[in-house]
Design a protein around this ligand. Sequence first.
Ligand SMILES: Cc1ncc(COP(=O)(O)O)c(C=O)c1O
Length: 408
Amino acid sequence: MALTRRFFVQEAYMPGFEVFGDEERKEVQDVLNTGVLFRYGFDQARQGHWKARQFEETFARRLGTSYCHLCSSGTAALSIALAACGVGAGDEVIVPPFTFVATIEAVLHAGAVPVFAEIDDTLCLDPNGIEPAVTPRTRAVVPVHMCGSMAKIEEIKRICDRKGLILIEDACQSVGASFKGKALGTFGRMGCFSFDPVKTITCGEGGAVVTSDKVLYAAADAYADHGHDHMGKDRGLEGHSIIGTNLRISELNAAVGVAQLGKLDAILEKQRLNKKVIKEALLSFSEVSFRNIPDQAGDSATFLSFFLPDEARAKEVAKGLGEAGVDGCFYWYDNNWHYIRRWDHFKSLSAAARLAIKDFDNCPNFMKVRLPQSDALMSRTLSMQIKLSWTEEELKQRIEKIRGVLAR
Ligand SMILES: Cc1ncc(COP(=O)(O)O)c(C=O)c1O
């Protein structure tokens, strides 16, 4: 599918919104024409339009898995996965310190305790860091496939299998990425995705949990809709075997997602092309080394991430890129949302209401968490967003600016 360039923005966003067009309008119009914005029921009035269901079937098929539940956000997807897998109060969950803070929020809101383990040069959870973090309370491991690429997921899965730990993948930033041909998000018991406004494909707001396990799927599907088992003919008479909540997606959001899903391959192809060109331009700079990507072919190429020799140089280059007008560059080490260093609100467990884990025996003092290996990597890391909308000329100019900054 040809991608139409719609507009160009200065903020650093993943690209789905860059290619909104007639396809999204048509899908949304279908829903508006019926007046049925709810994803369940109203069988007659909806005239055959089941956008959430359509998205779920298409997405599961694309990922090569059996089940998908589309929900209101990636954060919701994580909460649903934890709940469906039975992770809750009294449990510990091993997580990486480099993620979006939502991963940690989901663990906390489940009543469980996040336990941090180091990342490695994949910028994802280091398999070697998992076992030292395991205690008798450890229930699950949530690796995060950050910035479009993968953790050493096979090794992580082996450790989880050996230790009897539940593997839940946070693939919110890695829609369309794979490892050795298998989609990220399908290695663990459940995989979580985000389709928020700045993701590779977007629903406006949305997320998904995927699984090959029918029982987990049923629990996820029920949890996200007040426990409804969705088995009855009449919603009021449906069964409720578990307590749930409302993490539903609307048909309008799902409709946008249906159109976006149809564009995913074209988005990935363009991203990979643009990333290759920028990466090649950096190869001659001996001080630059690249993030370890365990399977290059499976990289979704939303970002180009690389290391500089030390923190001072990384800061200098980040500043230089900003001053040169190279937008979409991230120095995560100083970022408020993606690395533990700046999560003071979390470290002090500052919450609107008392968190369940405040009562937890041996609740760790998060202020004292030390992750020297992760700090050493993150303090030298820069990531560049890869956009779809760059023209050849813009890409050329961008590369000239980047090379100019690195040559200083
Ligand atoms: C790694 C990761 N996990 C979870 C989320 C949460 O997704 P959402 O914004 O859809 O709630 C995000 C969103 O940025 C993310 O990057």
